[in-house]
Design a protein around this ligand. Structure first.
Ligand code: GLN
Length: 485
């Protein structure tokens, strides 16, 4: 009974159905594990102990009556960026450190309706800005593979919780890589769906044209179970796509024979660390054995992606974060002298250094006289990147690259150089600019730290990503490893 956390979602559902264990026993085993292990990892900001046990009891009743829901009794965690009614929702910031949401995000509602059990809200970089989970007001999250190292960011708490067996799977968001990069650094499977596939209603905004909710899980199969419950049209989100959601769990069974995988010359002309190069080479051999074809492709504007992102994301964040003014909700400074003082001191006290840096850059890029030179230019260049992908998808089904430049790095080693930190997302950002779905899956280790590989597909082709990842995982062992505790 002590190793229930090691079961896949499918195995947990079978165990619950056959009464090998109950929803309460399963939930309690996670709560006990969180209590024991999380003080060292810091993956949760809030543990919803009581609510989880109430939900577990309700789940048990559904099992007794044979009225089960798709994820009935599966304990999961939500990134603390998803509003959850009556529960603290902080976005990793002092600004919202006491904010109890009056409503739930569509994602939270969907998981409630799927019968899953919420263990709590996970730690994250402040307002999802970061690649190491060091910008959280609630302290850094530790990588379970080595506690001196970062778990990646901004969904570092979601990643560390799943990698430590403190949740079956977790929700996360990805604006420039925040699902895929922590997946790579923690040895998980992380999928960022097509922009618009998952509702952004009640998901606290960072950069609205880039933000997308998705999943961090142990395997592609677990991710398929999660995405099936999470995706779908939402009239409350004006950018939500009104299209059918495939049955991802069924889709992943299909063979990958004949799938064409493209290697962008712009990525592969870089020099990778030897261990990254080897893991990619070995992974390509696995895909070839499974009948995939490997082709060279070109994405000529790829080198523009990072600079484009660091104009657009701060610009949109500066607009989105203007709502935190001490008037409506969130932190408010003590005894303001006048309205200006209220705004200024509230924002000075409530935001951390990285968030302030982004607001400054973004406000500058949007200011009169600079809008055309920076923001508009970046939007035009963004289209060039998107066009490159569309051209490439005429000859390939998937685009492969490493997810991150290397394995995880030690806490504190990149915080003084923001550009060095921004380079973490060099492989992940292009998919966000083009609104495309991407997945990261474990493909090796170096010094006992995981390495990840990324696959990107065309719009709404999440099934192909999950399918390729699933078949890779049927033929490799990387995703099965657990850190030692
Ligand atoms: N690391 C990137 C940033 O800090 C991406 C963050 C994200 O995807 N939320 O902007």
């Amino acid at each position: 009974m002590s190793e229930l956390y090691k079961l896949s979602i499918k195995e947990k559902l079978l165990g619950l159905e056959s009464s090998s264990f109950s929803s309460t026993e399963l939930t309690q085993s996670y709560l006990d594990r969180i209590k024991k292990i999380d003080p060292e990892i810091n993956s949760y900001i809030t543990v919803t102990h009581e609510k989880a046990l109430i939900q577990a009891k309700q789940s048990e009743k559904r099992y007794q009556k044979n009225l089960t829901l798709p994820l009935d009794g599966i304990p999961i965690a939500h990134k603390d960026i998803f509003c959850t009614e009556g529960i603290l929702t902080t976005c990793g910031s002092k600004m919202l450190s006491e904010f109890v949401s009056p409503y739930s995000s569509t994602v939270a509602v969907k998981f409630e309706k799927s019968g899953s059990i919420v263990l709590g809200k996970t730690n994250m970089d402040e307002f999802a800005m970061g690649s190491s989970n060091e910008t959280s007001f609630f302290g850094p999250v530790k990588n379970p593979w080595n506690k001196k190292f970062v778990p990646g960011g901004s969904s570092g708490g979601s990643a560390a919780s799943v990698a430590s067996g403190l949740a079956s799977a977790a929700t996360a968001t990805d604006t420039g890589g925040s699902i895929r990069q922590p997946a790579a650094l923690c040895g998980l499977t992380g999928i960022k769906p097509t922009y618009g596939r998952v509702s952004r209603y009640g998901m606290i905004a960072f950069a609205s044209s880039l933000d997308q909710g998705g999943v961090l899980a142990k395997s592609a199969e677990d991710a398929a179970y999660m995405l099936k419950s999470m995706a779908g049209y939402d009239p409350q989100d004006s950018t939500s796509l009104n299209v059918e959601v495939p049955d991802y769990v069924a889709e992943i069974q299909k063979k990958i024979q004949g799938l064409r995988i493209g290697l962008p010359k712009e990525f592969f002309s870089r020099s990778f660390p030897k261990h990254v190069e080897n893991s990619i080479k070995e992974s390509l051999e696995v895909f070839e054995k499974l009948g995939a074809k490997i082709l060279d492709i070109e994405l000529p504007h790829l080198e523009l992606a990072l600079p484009i992102y660091y104009v657009i994301a701060p610009a949109e964040c500066s607009a989105n974060l203007s709502r935190y003014d001490g008037v409506k909700y969130g932190h408010r400074c003590e005894n303001p002298k006048d309205l200006d003082d209220l705004y200024m001191r509230t924002r000075e006290e409530g935001f951390g250094a990285e968030v302030k840096r982004r607001i400054l850059i973004g406000t500058y890029a949007l200011s009169a006289g600079y809008y055309d030179a920076y923001y508009l230019k970046a939007q035009k260049c963004r289209q060039l990147v998107a066009n490159d992908f569309q051209k490439a998808f005429k000859s390939v089904d998937l685009i492969l690259s490493p997810t991150a430049p290397d394995t995880s790095f030690e806490i504190g080693t990149k915080t003084s150089d923001p550009v060095e930190m921004y380079l973490q997302d060099i492989f992940t950002i292009p998919a966000n600019l083009a609104g495309l779905p991407g997945i990261s899956l474990p493909c090796g280790t170096h010094n006992n730290l995981p390495l990840g590989l990324q696959l990107v597909s065309n719009t709404l082709e999440e099934s192909i990503l999950l399918r390729a990842a699933h078949h890779f995982q049927l033929n490799t062992e990387w995703h099965k490893a657990w850190p030692f505790f």
